[in-house]
Design a binder for this molecule. Sequence first.
Ligand SMILES: *[C@@H]1O[C@H](CO)[C@@H](O)[C@H](O)[C@H]1NC(C)=O
Ligand SMILES: *[C@@H]1O[C@H](CO)[C@@H](O)[C@H](O)[C@H]1NC(C)=O
Ligand SMILES: *[C@@H]1O[C@H](CO)[C@@H](O)[C@H](O)[C@H]1NC(C)=O
Length: 474
Amino acid sequence: MKNMLNIITIILCAWLSWGRTDGAQKRESGEVSFHKIQASSLFPSSSAPCVFSPRASNTKSSLQVVHRHGPCSSLSSKKAKTSPDHEEILRLDQARVNSIHSKLSKKLTARDRVSQSQSTDLQARDGLTIGSANYIVTVGIGTPKRDLSLAFDTGSDLTWTQCQPCLKKCYQQEEPVFNPSSSSSYANVSCTSPVCESLTSQGLNRQCPASNCFYGARYGDGSFTQGFLAKEKFTLTSSDVFDGVNFGCGVNNQGYFSGAAGLLGLGRGELSLPSQTASKYNKVFSYCLPSSPEHTGHLTFGSAGLSNSVKYTPITTATPTFYGVDIVGISVGDKALVIPSTVFSTSRSIIDSGTVITRLPPQAYDALRTAFKEKMSNYKTTSGPPPFDTCYDFTGLETMNIPKVSFSFKGGTVVELDSRGVLYTVNMSTTCLAFANNTGLGNVAIFGNAQQRTMQVVYDGPGGRVGFAPNGCM
Ligand SMILES: *[C@@H]1O[C@H](CO)[C@@H](O)[C@H](O)[C@H]1NC(C)=O
Ligand SMILES: *[C@@H]1O[C@H](CO)[C@@H](O)[C@H](O)[C@H]1NC(C)=O
Ligand SMILES: *[C@@H]1O[C@H](CO)[C@@H](O)[C@H](O)[C@H]1NC(C)=O
């Protein structure tokens, strides 16, 4: 059965890469600056089966990444296959963006606010960031191991899962809640241990009413998790097993975590999984987010399977958790937009796996939107849900020509977005330019996950760089 699946995916891949050769023909006919896309690719049939990424099964230290909604997610298999509620996803996305902005803008003016930052109340308001937790991996926790689905997030450090007994509250999750008392490898962390003492410096709350370390993490949209800081065995793949990983055993949790059992923290901080597994993976990981919920992608630890065509840009280290990058320009249909260089150097930029829609400084967004609209003037416009303001009704059309969009990063790295990274389909009659305007001049630009789809995105900690290669899920 598994062999059969592999054969099918190989045939599919051969067929897909065959389809790519028409790029060469297009170049000759001068159409290179457009994606020709089929309407059917924007509106996949809801009964489509899951197509597995061969990369995840062929590469060592690789986990399958699934979209929270759709046929590949075990979290949605019990219910009727519900299509994602896009307005809800976009609303939560805005909450995440707001909390990133409030955190990073605070950083910007840290010196002016020294006195304020000593008020505990401020910390509670700003919180960490969560958003709509769209991409899920399954990891084994404990002995015997329990497989749990966690949302992975490059914007946070602490890995946690809900734990029994839920002392106050647990939100609803699809899988049974982890029970530390039935795991022989579980151990509480004591209050006097250095990792407990480091919690506050990593943006988390620390409480020590007794001898065990109690953590708290509060996210920007009001979600939170509180519980015991503990050590446990983590089984990422059958050959990649780690003893004594520090994680949060959350006994009071609330929020919208997509029915996932918790969060896998992939940030830059000391508590993140890449930092804790550095002896094996050297703080290198990569992922490919699937083109649609009907496909899987992968999250791969270490440098196995990295494409030769990865192009890198330096990580800027302005924040302890987030991966900062320098966006330096944007092209639409092969033409560079006119954006003064101070626009991005003032806003600064991060790359984030948890923000869905890329946020741009107003001047950059306006230039992108204007150029895109010009090239899309043949199509019927319509209104869309916030944050979108540039939407089209493609009803009745079989194919569309969509201008290509590329981002330039510091170091000469140019990344051409997949057509799925240019448009966001809300419903059959509403497809929008998949970017949004930042609401303030000083707010950081965020390169979001809709734009990262189908690329191999590489995080190279020791190299201090983030890289991109096309066709990363293959
Ligand atoms: C961890 O600490 C909690 C609270 O003190 C306690 O109920 C639990 O039994 C401890 N677990 C272990 C394995 O020591
Ligand atoms: C599609 O979304 C738009 C914008 O949110 C909404 O106004 C419209 O009613 C929706 N149409 C359908 C068919 O659901
Ligand atoms: C983007 O935001 C800026 C500042 O808030 C505003 O002046 C501008 O009109 C916005 N652009 C669009 C296209 O909404």
